[in-house]
Ligand binder design. Sequence first.
Ligand SMILES: [Zn+2]
Length: 246
Amino acid sequence: MRNNFQKEILSDKKTYLLSFPFLNRYGYLNCGMILKNKGDPQRTLLELLTKDQKQRSGYPKLVIPKQRHTRKVLPISSEDDLKLLEKSCFDGFLTKLKNVYLCIQVADCIPLFGIAPEKKMVGLLHVGWRGLVSGILTEFLSKVKKEFKVAPQDLMLIMGPHIRGCCYEVSCGVAALFDRDTLICDKKRIKVNLEKALLKKLRIAGVKEKNIFISGECTFCHPEFYFSFRREKDKFKRMLAFIGMN
Ligand SMILES: [Zn+2]
C-alpha cells in the first residue's frame, strides 16, 4: 500500500485537481478527481482533456452514469454499450476504449479506480456501504475477468478520498452488516472504517498489496479541498472522479 497523491489548483483558481503522480509512467492514462469547485466539474474536465489535443468529433467522451448505490457494473466494449447508461443505473464500469472517460460523482463514498496496465483496461467504481455490502467489488472483478481476461493480481487499484473511520458514523443496523474489526465503537457512537472493509475484500480476492494505493484523506475532515455530503447535506455539491485513456 502506498500513498502518493498530489493536489493542484487549476488555472481558473476555482477548482482543485487531484492527480496520482505514480501513474506518470503510463503516459496513455488520464486519471484523477476534480475536487471542491465553484464551477461545473464536467466542463472543467473536458477543458482539461482537450487543452493540448486535437479532437475527433464527439471525443473525448465523458461517461456519467445514474448512480444508485447498486452492485451493477457495466463493461463498455462498443458505442452501443454507452446507450445502456440511459436506460439503467450503474455504479461502476470498465472499458478498453480510448478517449472514453469513465466518471463518477462522489462526496463521501469511495471512488475506486482500477487499472490493468498490461491489457490497457480501466475501470471506476462508486463504493459506499450499500454497494460494498451488496457485492459491487465481486461483480467488478468477475466482469474484469470475464470480459477483459484480467485477473485480480494484474490489477492496480486506487482508493480516492472519502469519509474515513474518524467521521463515518452509522446506525446499529448498518454496523451489523460489517465485520467487528472494521468498526470503531465508543459509548455513544459506532463508526465504520469503509477503507478497511474494502481492503479486506481486495486481499481475499487476490489483489496484490503493492498494487493498492490509498489517499488517506477524509472528505469530512478537509472542507478546504473536498465536498462532504455528511457535512454539507447538499446533493448538488459533488466531486468528479475520472479515468480514461488517450
Ligand atoms: Zn474524518
